[in-house]
Design a protein around this ligand. Structure first.
Ligand code: GAP
Length: 448
């Protein structure tokens, strides 16, 4: 009998296991690792990129491709300093910081257990200062302060500064939204907890432009949409909680924020957020919109157009936190006949690999030839995310594919040469069935 041991895993133990699995199986590596690592940066390996792409595609499909009211954008990461002055980030995007007078290490003041004592060396901590988290740089050769530019700390501003371009190009009527997926950078004082708090990370954000009087209705709607995507992608919804963020804890632009928190092994912390940004950003960028009457009103001569500054509802998602929470949601250890195995129970459409193809023995050319030409190549052409795995014995290949989260392992054996059937093993149950090679594509399509 199988028994799931997930609940019993020690919490720290679990994080260590996840970090180690991510490295061992080629998902995520420490940034600049061979030079000792660069804190708060990670490099994504082959399967990590595939997983991230699937998450991003699922998000884009739901929130952009399947809607009529959403416009995609991919804005530059470097933006003029005026953008960040208008947005309030130059003045206000700061965390409180304390520096140790002895070892000179710096800490987030609001995360310290003892505000006076250095957690590293026990030395005295200096007074709390505000530390702006934006990475600044210079554009061009000039040393003048006018050349200062910033790496964006949120993708949102790329959408606000393209509001007018979008309206001029597409003439959308309210309500409508802009959506963007891209990198964001924050010089976090203490990056920590693997992918959770990094200095370079990715966001998937929507700025949804509305009439002021409708903001509560749209806020509720987007709350539901966010939860529905989290479920679709495969997050463990029992671990997702909503938090009404208090006024004093909200970002400078927000009149209402709901955080979606997740039960990570290191505590219940923010996963995604939903904010009512009012007209704060468009107003500060001096942007407005001509609100035309609805067609019926225009025809009856009742309505007339007026200039307004639309208000904004902002659903925001961190890609890296989505990956971390998803891996934590689908990580399972079970035990069969005294042997423990770990696997990632991804949904097939999110798994980095849909199926792996193996010849039973790699030193039998007839098996290799069949597996390659009649199974691997046609499946690869159809699904893309198909792996060839002939490393080690079959047991080892199954263990490896389980840890990658591959839903199906297909094995070509000696019977295949005569009956044109293969063994397909299911990741979650370990059960195997014989499937005709001619039916494989249909079989997999039905499963995904
Ligand atoms: N435009 C609004 C905004 O940026 P935020 O709550 O500061 O809001 C949005 O960030 C999302 O970005 C968070 O919910 C989280 O998923 C992700 N995020 C923020 N800081 C992060 C960091 N240092 N490392 C990884 N992800 C981060």
């Amino acid at each position: 009998m199988k028994k799931e041991k997930k609940e019993n895993l020690q919490e720290n133990d679990l994080m260590e296991k996840i970090v180690s699995l991510c490295k061992r199986r080629g998902f995520v590596f420490q940034g600049s690792e061979i030079y000792g690592g660069l804190g708060g940066t990670y490099d994504w390996g082959h399967f990590g990129v595939a997983l991230k792409n699937n998450i991003k595609q699922s998000w884009w499909k739901k929130f952009v491709d399947s809607r009529r009211d959403m416009y995609g954008i991919d804005a530059a990461i470097l933006m003029r300093q005026e953008v960040w002055q208008a947005s309030g980030h130059v003045a206000g995007f700061a965390d409180p910081m304390s520096e140790c007078e002895k070892c000179k290490m710096r800490f987030r003041a609001d995360q310290l257990e003892d505000a006076k004592k250095c957690p590293e060396c026990g030395g005295k901590l200096g007074e709390v200062k505000q530390f702006n988290m934006m990475f600044s740089t210079r554009v061009g050769a000039s040393q003048d302060s006018s050349a200062t530019s910033y790496l964006r700390p949120e993708t949102a501003q790329g959408m606000f500064v393209n509001f007018k371009n979008t309206v001029d190009a597409f003439h959308p009527r309210l309500p409508f939204g802009l959506a963007q997926i891209g990198k964001a950078f924050r010089n976090e004082i203490t990056p920590r907890d693997f992918l959770f708090r990094q200095r370079e990370f990715e966001q998937m954000e929507i700025e949804y432009f509305i009439r002021e009087e409708d903001w509560e209705k749209h806020f509720e709607y987007w709350r539901g949409e966010m939860l529905s995507w989290m479920q679709e992608v495969g997050l463990d919804m029992a671990k997702v909680h909503e938090l009404e963020v208090l006024k004093e804890d909200r970002a400078h632009y927000s009149s209402r924020t709901v955080d979606f928190e997740f039960d990570y092994p290191f505590g219940k912390k923010e996963l995604f957020g939903l904010a009512y940004r009012t007209d704060f950003d468009l107003k500060n960028h001096k942007l407005e919109y001509i609100d035309e009457p609805a067609d019926a009103e225009a025809m009856s001569g009742k309505g007339k157009s007026q200039k307004i500054v639309p208000h904004v509802i902002e659903p925001t998602f961190g890609v890296d936190r989505a990956v971390l929470a998803l891996i934590l949601s689908v990580y399972v250890e079970d035990e069969k006949d005294g042997e423990v195995r770990s696997y990632l129970k991804f949904k097939p459409n999110i798994a980095p690999v849909i199926c792996a193809v193996s010849p039973l023995l790699k030193n039998k050319p007839e098996l290799v030839e069949y597996a390659n030409k009649k199974v691997y190549e046609p499946l690869k052409a159809e699904f893309g995310r198909v792996a060839w795995d002939d490393n080690g014995n079959i047991g080892k290949r199954y263990r490896r594919q389980d840890e990658i989260g591959t839903p199906f392992c297909i094995v070509v054996d000696f019977d295949t040469l005569t009956d044109d059937s293969v063994t397909v093993r299911d990741r979650d149950t370990g059960e195997q069935e014989r499937i005709k090679v001619a039916d494989l594509k249909k079989y997999i399509k039905e499963k995904i």
